[in-house]
Design a protein around this ligand. Structure first.
Ligand code: PAF
Length: 279
C-alpha cells in the first residue's frame, strides 16, 4: 500500500493501472475510519482491481463555527485499517495541495442542497460537491462508494455525476450500525458515555416512525410528530431537523406515497448526529 500526498503521484499510478486495463474503485473519506468505511472499502475491493481511499478533512465543507479543527484524525490507525483491508493507495493530501491560495472555482447545485442539512449548513454541500468532483478528476475512478448514512450527500453526488456527465458509477452502501442501533460515525468519538446512551434516541425514533408508517399512517406530519416526541423526551438531545422528503428531489412531502427518506439531525450534547431510513 502506498500513501501519497501529491496529486501528480496519484495520477501516475492510476495511469499505469489503466494502461494495464485495471479498474479503479474510490472510497472518499475524511478519515478516522470505522467499520462503516471498512464496508465501503470491502465492496470496492469486490468490484474493482484496485482501490484508492482518500483521507482528507475538507476545509471548505465546514462552516465558520463548525468542528474543522476538532474533527478527529488518526492517520496511523487509518493506515492500519486500510493496509489490512488491502487498499492499494491512500491519498492523503494537504489542504494546500487541493486548494490553491487563489482557488475560486466551485461545484454547486440549485436544488437538493437547501433542505435538511443544507438548512443549518448553507455552504456544506458546495464544499462536498467541489471536493468530490476534484477527487473524481484526480482518481478517475470507475466506481465510487458512499454510505447511505449521508443520504442527502449521496443524492447530491448522484445528481452531480448525472448532470456533469462524470464517467464514474456511484455505488450506495448500507448504513452500518452498532448492535444497539447507533449509526457509525467518526463524530461518535465526541460523545461522553452518557451522551452515547442518549444518542440511541435517533435510531429509536426512526424505528418508531417506521412502525407507525407500517401500521398504515400515510400522513407525514403524524409520523414526524411521533418521532419528534421520542427525541424531545431525551434531555441531552436537541432537534436540528426531523423531516420526510422525496428521496430523489429532497423536497418535503405531506403524504407518504412514493419512495421517501426519513432523515434527522439531532444535537446530543454539542455533537450533531445524523441518521435516516427509507420507506
Ligand atoms: O462523507 C464524507 O466523509 C465527506 O463528505 C466526503 C464525501 C469524503 C467529502 O469530503
Amino acid at each position: 500500500m502506498k500513501t501519497l500526498g501529491r496529486i501528480a503521484e496519484v495520477r501516475e499510478s492510476i495511469k499505469e493501472w489503466k494502461k494495464q486495463g485495471l479498474t479503479v474503485g474510490l472510497v472518499p473519506t475524511m478519515g478516522y475510519l470505522h467499520a462503516g468505511h471498512k464496508s465501503l472499502i470491502d465492496k470496492a475491493h469486490e468490484e474493482n482491481d484496485k482501490v484508492v481511499v482518500s483521507i482528507f478533512v475538507n476545509p471548505i465543507q465546514f462552516g465558520v463555527n463548525e468542528d474543522l479543527d476538532a474533527y478527529p484524525r488518526n492517520l496511523e490507525r487509518d493506515s492500519k485499517l486500510c493496509e489490512d483491508a488491502g487498499v492499494d493507495i491512500i491519498f492523503h493530501p494537504l489542504a494546500s495541495e487541493m486548494y490553491f491560495k487563489d482557488f475560486c472555482t466551485y461545484t454547486d447545485m440549485d436544488s437538493l442542497t437547501h433542505n435538511l442539512c443544507g438548512m443549518s449548513r448553507p455552504s456544506h454541500f458546495r464544499g462536498v460537491c467541489t471536493v468530490v468532483n476534484k477527487l473524481f478528476n484526480i482518481v478517475t475512478p470507475d466506481k465510487a462508494y458512499f454510505g447511505k448514512k449521508d443520504a442527502q450527500q449521496l443524492a447530491i453526488i448522484k445528481r452531480m455525476v448525472r448532470d456533469l456527465n462524470i464517467d464514474t458509477e456511484v455505488i450506495e452502501c448500507p448504513i452500518v450500525r452498532e448492535q444497539d442501533g447507533l449509526a457509525l460515525s467518526s463524530r461518535n468519538a465526541y460523545l461522553s458515555a452518557e451522551e452515547r446512551k442518549a444518542a440511541l434516541v435517533l435510531s429509536k425514533a426512526l424505528a418508531e416512525g417506521r412502525k407507525v408508517f407500517e401500521g398504515g399512517e400515510k400522513n407525514a406530519t403524524v409520523v414526524l410528530d411521533t418521532m419528534k416526541a421520542i427525541i424531545e423526551k431525551e434531555p441531552l438531545a436537541r432537534i436540528d431537523y426531523v423531516k420526510i422528503v422525496d428521496s430523489d428531489t429532497i423536497e418535503d412531502v405531506e403524504a407518504i406515497d412514493g419512495k421517501v427518506l426519513v432523515a434527522m439531525a439531532v444535537f446530543v450534547g454539542k455533537t450533531r448526529l445524523i441518521d435516516n431510513i427509507s420507506f
